[in-house]
Design a protein around this ligand. Structure first.
Ligand code: PLP
Length: 399
């Protein structure tokens, strides 16, 4: 206990620990806090679906039909028909044969990555005798999401971090490996960096080195590609080597995670992934709302058009103002600051004039690499964006 109290005292004494907001309404992207209207440039509710009347109506009717929670895991009595329907839709969007649902995206990474390694070991306990003693290894972008890093660690397989989006470094690491099963893991859109995995080049390496590619498309799903199917659609890539993970908690405006794969991989995961089979999944009204969100991404394409139009407007205005943006390819647009204290000061100054922008600081990013992360939204107005840029100019004078 003394150790925990000492740690708490140290944490609370750090001036770079940033304040977590507690809004009283959901950002879509405007929200209320302390009786005042604010504009969020931080929410992952990219398409403003979370508060849409259509989704609320669908969730309401599912709530009436099913009740509040699903009090069983999928492998027992909790396998509602609506989960199967949702998995079929998600597999279809990702152009894969099958999909599995999880309670959150975090849990999907935490469960699936170790299960890819450990399912064979588990099956041995039931008499399976593998033809070879397969050795696995992970090859992971140094800036992958924390849930990926934790999932890989839980697998206990060797892992090799390659430099961010550096395919030459990845190839060196693949060449040096003697593992029989090589699994390359990357974010599709990098959540703190706003850039995109170089998937075409990665697939060439995967073919050359007979590797599996696992893409966490939390920020690509619903946003990237002609129909919002994600990063693989953005690049026009389909391959049996690809395992596509996504969340339902960002562009789709709900909660939950999924992986979409070949049918045989899905069968192995249903049998061997405890984060799928030994915990409850998302509540049924959420599954119904996600089905509505998938329809809306398809039949309300103007939402994505407005998102991208706002992204271009913001990037242009920031570039005109001379700000060196770190990435401009996606709705996540980071601005480098460096010093943690300075980032939190700027975020607080923006908050004081009604804008929520996240200061991304260590340990979410390396020490001295802090940044302001602007996330664009389909429902931002040009007036809000222009006002934000003026405020950034005021609180962050050119160095
Ligand atoms: C890249 C990435 N992967 C996974 C997750 C976890 O998703 P969820 O919020 O659904 O647990 C996040 C969430 O921030 C993310 O940014």
């Amino acid at each position: 206990m003394r150790e925990l109290k000492e740690l708490d005292a140290w944490l609370t004494s750090r001036d770079s620990v940033h304040e977590v907001l507690a809004p009283s309404t959901l950002p879509d992207p405007t929200f209320m806090m302390d009786g005042r209207e604010m504009v969020s440039f931080s929410t992952n509710n990219y398409l403003a679906l979370a508060t849409s009347p259509r989704m609320k109506a669908r969730a309401h009717s599912a709530l009436e039909l099913y009740g509040i929670g699903n009090c069983e895991s999928r492998l027992l009595g909790g396998n509602l028909e609506i989960y199967n329907q949702l998995e079929d839709r998600l597999a279809g969007i990702k152009r894969k044969e099958s999909a599995l649902l999880f309670a959150t995206g975090y849990l999907a990474n935490l469960g699936v990555l170790p299960a890819l390694v450990k399912s064979g070991q588990l099956a041995r306990a039931f008499g399976y005798s593998p033809s070879t003693n397969w050795k696995h290894a992970f090859f992971t972008d140094e800036f992958n999401h924390l849930s990926i890093r934790e999932g890989i660690r839980a697998s206990r397989a060797p892992s090799f971090a390659y430099r961010h989006v550096d395919m030459n470094d990845l190839e060196q690491k693949l060449l040096a490996s003697t593992a029989a099963v090589k699994i390359i893991v990357s974010d599709g859109v990098f959540s703190q960096h706003g850039d995109i995995v170089p998937l075409p080049d990665m697939m060439v390496l995967a073919e050359r080195h007979d590797a599996v590619v696992y893409i966490d498309d939390a920020h690509g799903t619903g946003v990237m590609g002609m129909t919002g199917a994600g990063t693989s659609e953005h690049f026009g890539i389909e391959s049996p080597r690809l395992i596509l993970m996504g969340t339902l908690s960002k562009a789709y405006g709900c909660i939950g995670g999924f992986v979409a794969t070949e049918a045989y991989v899905a069968r192995i995961l249903r049998a061997g992934c405890s984060a799928y089979g030994f915990t409850s999944t998302l509540p049924p009204d959420q599954a119904a709302a996600v089905l509505e969100a998938i329809d809306m991404v398809q039949d309300e394409p103007e939402r994505r058009r407005r998102l991208w139009e706002n992204q271009r407007h913001f990037v242009l205005r920031m570039q005109e103002a001379g700000f060196p943006l770190l990435a401009t390819q996606t709705p996540i647009v980071p601005l480098f600051v460096g010093d943690e204290g300075e980032s939190t000061r700027i975020a607080a100054a923006l908050r004081a004039v009604g804008f929520h922008v996240d200061a991304i600081i260590f340990p979410a990013i390396g020490p001295g690499q802090s940044r302001l992360r602007f996330i664009m939204n389909a429902h931002h107005t040009h007036e809000q964006i222009d006002r934000l840029v003026e405020e950034v100019k005021r609180v962050m004078p050119a160095s």
